[in-house]
Write a protein that binds this ligand. Sequence first.
Ligand SMILES: Nc1ncnc2c1ncn2[C@@H]1O[C@H](COP(=O)(O)OP(=O)(O)OP(=O)(O)O)[C@@H](O)[C@H]1O
Length: 262
Amino acid sequence: MTVVHPNLEVTDAKIRARDVSVFYGAKKAIDEVSIDIPSKYVTAFIGPSGCGKSTFLRALNRMNDTIPSARVEGTIELDGEDIYTSGMDVVQLRARVGMVFQKPNPFPKTIYENIAYGPRIHGLAEGKAELDAIVERSLKRAGLWNEVKDRLTDSGTALSGGQQQRLCIARAIAVDPEVILMDEPCSALDPIATAKIEELIDELRGNYAIVIVTHSMQQAARVSQRTAFFHLGNMVEYGRTSDIFTNPLEERTKDYITGRYG
Ligand SMILES: Nc1ncnc2c1ncn2[C@@H]1O[C@H](COP(=O)(O)OP(=O)(O)OP(=O)(O)O)[C@@H](O)[C@H]1O
């Protein structure tokens, strides 16, 4: 059972998860989690290592499908549509619910191609001029355009770690997602690159539902408006970030945010 803070205003759920459990073989990694995730907010998943944050995040765009032993029970809806029905086009789903990983993972292709690939396969551009415009717009939104506009034919992997992560965010944005999932997007970055990604998340949030898994409570407090605390596969508490950090209702949340374990 999750304690949901009573003053959490009701918003339309972009993603609605109900009684979601995730198993790896016989092991239950997530136990009946229910949550409404709104648009235009950043929702942070926090909790000690191994509590299931990444597992639950990956369930939100069926990334778990790529792990043979993983199985999901319960329902997850995107705009009211069950994403686990057999008719769901998973490639389309992952464009609508994009993902940014812990380690920046640009394709071993040019900066331009990293961005153009998705719009091309999803048929989002009529011709070269339109594709060029999408590439420019995506890189601008990701705060990377000025740094790369004169070297679009260089390899994406030649960029710095922080630039690579912004390239990956630009790649996710290029296919017009509705939700962006971020799994510890700054854990491989230095403090300056981290600050840039955090600023970017803040700028982007007006247009998407953003969900971020983070080990850093400071980061959760800085970038998110909603926080869910996970512990041993359970979602213990969910509320406004300010309330979770200043007025946690559950002992386990209190212990975690005061550094008693983690
Ligand atoms: N591919 C997998 N196969 C089997 N078990 C897994 C797999 N991935 C994760 N697990 C297990 O599921 C549980 C939850 O792991 P998960 O990575 O979701 O937690 P987490 O909270 O994101 O941890 P961390 O903060 O360390 O990344 C752990 O016990 C982990 O060992």
